[in-house]
Design a protein around this ligand. Structure first.
Ligand code: CMP
Length: 438
């Protein structure tokens, strides 16, 4: 059985979808314009019949998503297919035109042409095609809905134009192409409620048809405008929400007369949030996921920090999992103090991006500059003492915070890690003590 999400399967489905669109446009046209198919169309008919037949075989050989379940069992797939689309797919394989050409006695005149319309049913497969594209997250869902909304409207306009041509007939003075264009023009002006009135119904049937299209048109127009406005607003929902949040913050800052410099700093911080993570608060997005999914996403998101921090190199999966799951992201802006010397410490920090300075009380000594992959704040946790130095951000920093409780927990369970970090802390502390003596 083929997995339904493999690239070749999606490619095949897209191919079937495209030829179905072409045939769905051509069939009603041939019906109303009554032209004889040229060689190309006959070849296309052959290709279609072969492709549709192969498509049935492919369906039997491919697993399918039934509800939310992926079914790969051949029998269940076949049963499900037989209950659903098989009949329509089989009907679509029958090359009525080719048969009529081969066996002239089979010519059933107009009724044969109507049977041919059964191929149009395949177009309704677009719904399953759509849900596949959505599931594979190929295009923004709002853009996708917009594309398909426009697609359906154009298809409906095409069918109505063909219907109008069918009941009005082709004027003698006009060729097929102009007749179709005129008919499409009538459809669009009527459907969009513009109605210039240059083409008007000439008998009862045409008047009734026009009334029908006017009613459909008025409803569709309202539906369309509402939907398009909604879809466009949703295309970049993250940006819209972020902008709204920023506006709220700025209104508050102005209302409380926050100094301009501080306002600029806050805005710069939000700019950074947008640039670095599209404004999403990672923790709250992850909080909604079940634990196994949350672990996988966290591991993926934090893969950089796992690679960057030498302390994690060669550590066991269980250890990394334990730490990663408890890391909380935080951002500090340039010049900010993460904490000051003498503060009580209840967490340690890993630097994912950016750099910080480890500085003395009077800020005259910079003990070290720490950057991507380094950590700080471990001494206070290990020795249960106040912070031995102040930490100031030199630029925008993406940090990960590990709470004391998790830190203690991990230390007690992973003695190797405890020893390494203890040694490092002692060396750092000695360096500070040494410089104090000097
Ligand atoms: P803590 O004492 O909790 O807070 C200040 C932190 O600065 C300290 O933990 C260490 O993580 C870090 N630190 C102190 N001294 C040095 C040093 N010499 N080199 C690098 N980091 C240091």
């Amino acid at each position: 059985m083929i997995h339904p999400d493999t690239k070749s399967r999606i490619f095949w489905e897209t191919y079937i979808f495209i030829i179905t669109i072409i045939v769905s446009i051509e069939i009603p046209l041939r019906m109303v314009l009554n032209y004889e198919p040229d060689t190309w169309l006959v070849v296309f008919d052959y290709i279609l019949t072969v492709s549709y037949s192969l498509d049935i075989i492919v369906h039997f050989m491919t697993g399918s998503h039934i509800g939310i379940k992926l079914v790969m069992d051949r029998k269940t797939v076949a049963k499900n297919y037989a209950k659903g689309w098989l009949f329509i797919d089989l009907l679509a394989t029958i090359p009525f035109d080719l048969l009529a050409n081969q066996f002239p006695y089979l010519r059933l005149g107009k009724s044969l042409r109507v049977i041919r319309l059964s191929r149009l049913f395949k177009l309704f497969r677009v719904a399953s095609f759509l849900s596949r594209v959505r599931r594979n997250n190929i295009i923004n869902p709002s853009v996708l809905r917009l594309i398909f909304l426009i697609f359906w409207i154009l298809m409906v306009a095409h069918y109505i134009a063909c219907g109008w041509l069918y009941i009005t007939g082709i004027p003698e003075s006009s060729d097929n192409v102009s007749a179709y264009i005129q008919s499409l023009y009538w459809t669009i002006t009527t459907m969009t409620t513009i109605g210039y009135g240059d083409i008007t119904p000439q008998n009862n049937l045409q008047t009734l048809f026009t009334i029908g299209i006017e009613i459909i048109g008025a409803g569709m127009y309202g539906f369309l405008i509402g939907n398009i406005a909604n879809l466009i607003a949703n295309i970049d929902i993250a940006k819209a929400q972020f902008r709204e949040k920023l506006e709220r913050v700025n209104t508050f800052l102005k209302y409380r007369n926050i100094p301009d410099a501080l306002q600029n700093q806050i805005n710069a911080y939000y700019d950074y949030l947008w640039e670095s993570r599209r404004g999403y608060d990672e923790a709250s997005v992850l909080a909604e996921l079940p634990l196994p999914l949350k672990t996988s996403v966290s591991l993926y998101l934090n893969r950089e920090i796992i690679e960057k921090v030498p302390l994690f190199k060669g550590a066991s999966d269980a250890f990394i999992r334990e730490i990663i799951l408890h890391l909380k992201p935080a951002v500090v802006t340039p010049g900010d103090y993460v904490f000051r010397i003498g503060d009580t410490g209840s967490e340690m920090y890993f630097i994912s991006k950016g750099s910080v300075q480890v500085i003395s009380e009077d800020e005259s000594i910079i003990y070290a500059t720490l950057s991507d992959g380094s950590f700080f704040g471990e001494i206070a946790l290990l020795l249960h003492s106040p912070r031995t130095a102040s930490i100031r951000a030199s630029d925008y920093c993406d940090l990960y915070v590990l709470e004391k409780k998790t830190f203690d927990n991990v230390l007690s369970r992973y003695p190797d890690f405890a020893t390494t970090i203890q040694k490092l802390a002692e060396a750092r502390k000695a360096e500070i003590d040494q410089s104090k003596k000097e």
